[in-house]
Design a protein around this ligand. Structure first.
Ligand code: PXP
Length: 245
């Protein structure tokens, strides 16, 4: 079955706009679980612009489904992950000035450091995934450093769709398709995410190698209009529908 991980970062973005206690990302996570999410994803950024340290404490205490803890490959984040030992840790690149995680991790460029970085996380029982673009060189490097999972960055595919650049979108989808197959052939578990919407989710959900999608920003926006539960149920329905075809 294709799992849906719901990213609740932007509940915290709205909360932090006023600096108070609401809306509470933990409450959103519990609602997401009851609406059919198979897991919750949260990204603790270095600048704490959305999720904050006590949100991770709250999620670890309250969740019934696995937490996928997204983080940069820094010593500070490694120590936090080792303290909490979440089910999954997803290593992402992070730039202070970016609005969101713009690209995949350059694993090949810092293979040695990353191999040493993820080893203690794996030893602590966390399922480590590496967020990367649809690039064979990066997938091979992720495999060499001993990561059991990769998450393919679907942002470019979604951006091309939104901009009406359908030829480029289809080329990127072809790359994602080929690289999902390639990663699977190496024995890696394949996840995907970033920027997915009702309009873009189905071709990705249809890829048989993909085991999990992580989706946040669109769901939070849509929930303003239809509620979080309905937004998640519709996404789940579209995923299941694409998978059954
Ligand atoms: N997967 C990863 C690794 C991400 O960094 C993000 C964004 O935080 C997502 C999935 C979800 O992306 P979006 O919020 O655009 O759905």
């Amino acid at each position: 079955m294709l799992r849906l991980g719901v990213n609740i970062d932007h509940v915290a973005t709205v909360r932090n706009a006023r600096g108070g206690a609401y809306p509470d990302p933990v409450r959103a996570a519990l609602l997401a679980e009851s609406a059919g999410a198979d897991g919750i994803t949260a990204h603790l950024r270095e600048d704490r612009r959305h999720i904050m340290d006590n949100d991770i404490d709250g999620l670890m205490a309250a969740l019934k489904t696995p937490l996928n803890f997204e983080m940069a490959a820094t010593d500070e984040m490694q120590a936090i992950a080792l303290r909490h030992k979440p089910h999954a840790v997803c290593i992402v690149p992070e730039k202070r000035e970016e609005k969101t995680t713009e690209g995949g991790l350059e694993v090949a460029r810092e293979e040695n450091r990353l191999a040493h970085f993820i080893a203690p996380l794996r030893d602590a029982g966390c399922r480590v995934s590496i967020f990367i673009g649809a690039d064979q060189k990066q997938i091979e490097a992720a495999h060499r450093i001993g990561a059991p999972v990769i998450e393919l960055h679907t942002g470019a595919y979604c951006d091309f769709h939104a901009e009406g650049k359908f030829a480029e979108r289809d080329e990127e989808l072809a790359r994602l398709t080929e690289m999902a197959q390639f990663a699977h052939s190496l024995g890696l578990e394949v996840h995907a995410g970033h920027g997915l919407t009702y309009d873009t989710v189905q071709p990705i959900a249809a890829l048989p190698e993909v085991m999990e999608l992580n989706i946040g920003h669109f769901l939070m926006g849509e929930s303003l209009f239809v509620g979080l539960e309905s937004a998640i149920k519709e996404m789940r329905h579209l995923m299941d529908d694409a998978r059954s075809d």
